[in-house]
Design a binder for this molecule. Structure first.
Ligand code: NAD
Length: 377
């Protein structure tokens, strides 16, 4: 066991549970140079916090996240709140000298994200945006294949992120459907993952042409019974140009009936292709032209000890799940923290998060203007 580092979590909803499980797994499964200690969790409801802290093993809780940031026993602030709460607490944490993890999308807009980058670079703290799909072993293997040139020159990146959660017009209003809490809609929620993976696998995106859409304009707020306007997108489609000449086609929608959480990726190069589907998270399909008459997509079960992060887990064929990506991500963060090094390029740092926000904004601008838009720095 390495040096102890105190962790403070802001937010204890869906991602609060996923990240807490990851922090706990570090000591149980990995060879992390640092040992995380779950010091405190912050939120608004004392009852909910008490239960959450007891369940996940946090030493204490705060109903005011500002007091938690001042806690000298805490080295890392892990911010898993809704998007409107990403910038301010994270900036305060960095100013207090804490290392920071923030959930995706990094911020409400690129202005906030830029401010976060500036503070991160001035204070020198380790910073990461929690783009956990970078830590799916099959995706890491895909990146290695592309990086080693096994697929040759890359022509196409294709990705769909599909859910059905908004397909029912009666589905309720949530914070994700209001601009003042979410910034953008599905393009920020699911699209940020796809855009981050495009950059992670292929390279920088330089221009975009896309369309955002909203079919269901009003939804009922369950707490008040009031019909409120949906003032963000329910989905988008875009074509991308990459700096290296490749073309991308990406889509995210929450109106795709039959899809619970489908993230489908395909990359085609001159020497081969890869295909991935999150619903088959342990598999990567690979086609290599060099295999001649035996070429064609074949299924690699990415569970060998030598595959990325598999050394921490079970014997080959004993498959992993979605939740393991968070353990890998936190492990990477702790390793870099111990070395005093940036989390990139394996993980998304705040500069990556800013670039994702700029691409989202460029697609939104393209949708309004009906033209290609260059992505600016
Ligand atoms: N990486 C992924 O796969 C993934 C998946 C889902 C959500 N997310 C991201 O995680 C973030 C949180 O999403 P979620 O699904 O966990 O949301 P959630 O609604 O389930 O939980 C949000 C938590 O934040 C707390 N909170 C809200 N406002 C607060 C405030 N003003 N002060 C203190 N605490 C406050 C809530 O009490 C709750 O505990 C979002 O940015 C979302 O985009 C990422």
């Amino acid at each position: 066991m390495g040096r102890f580092v105190g962790v403070g979590l802001i937010g204890h909803g869906f991602m609060g549970r996923a990240h807490s499980l990851a922090w706990r797994n570090i000591t149980l499964f990995t060879d992390s140079p640092l040992t995380p200690v779950l010091k405190a969790v912050a939120g608004r409801s004392e009852d909910a916090l008490r239960g959450f802290a007891a369940r996940f093993g946090f030493e204490r809780y705060y109903t005011d996240y500002r007091l938690m940031i001042k806690d000298p026993g805490i080295d890392i602030i892990d911010n898993v709140t809704p998007n409107y709460m990403h910038a301010e607490p994270t900036i305060e944490a960095m100013e207090a000298g804490k290392h920071v993890i923030v959930e995706k999308p990094m911020a409400m807009n690129s202005r906030e994200a830029y401010e976060m980058v500036r503070v991160a670079e001035r204070t020198g703290v380790i910073n990461m945006v929690a783009h956990n799909y970078r830590f799916v072993p099959a995706i890491v293997l895909a990146r290695q294949l592309i990086g080693s040139g096994s697929l040759g020159r890359i022509y196409h990146f294709r990705a769909l992120y599909l859910q059905q959660s908004l397909a029912n017009p009666e589905a309720p209003m949530t914070w994700r459907l209001r601009r003042e809490y979410a910034g953008y809609g599905t393009i920020a929620d699911l699209g940020s993952h796809v855009i981050d993976l495009a950059r992670y696998l292929i390279g920088e995106v330089i221009s975009v042409n896309g369309t955002l859409y909203t079919f269901n304009r009003f939804r009922v707020n369950q707490a008040t019974g009031v019909r409120e306007e949906v003032n963000v997108d329910e989905g988008f489609t875009a074509i991308l140009r990459f700096e290296n000449g490749a073309f991308g086609l990406i889509e995210a929608s929450k109106l795709a009936t039959g899809h619970y959480n489908s993230l489908i990726i395909e990359v085609n190069g001159s020497e081969g292709s890869i295909r991935f589907d999150l619903e088959r998270i342990n598999e990567l399909e690979v086609h290599l032209a060099k295999d001649g008459e035996l070429s064609g997509f074949r299924r690699i079960l990415v569970t060998q000890r030598t595959h990325p992060y598999l050394r921490f887990w079970w014997p080959p064929g004993h498959v992993l799940g979605w939740e393991h990506t968070f353990t890998h991500e936190v492990y990477h963060f702790l390793t870099r923290l111990a070395e005093g090094k940036d989390v990139a390029p394996e993980a998304a740092n705040f500069r990556d998060g800013l670039r994702v926000m700029r691409i989202i904004e460029a697609i939104a601008e393209s949708s309004e203007r009906g033209t290609w838009v260059s992505v600016t720095d």
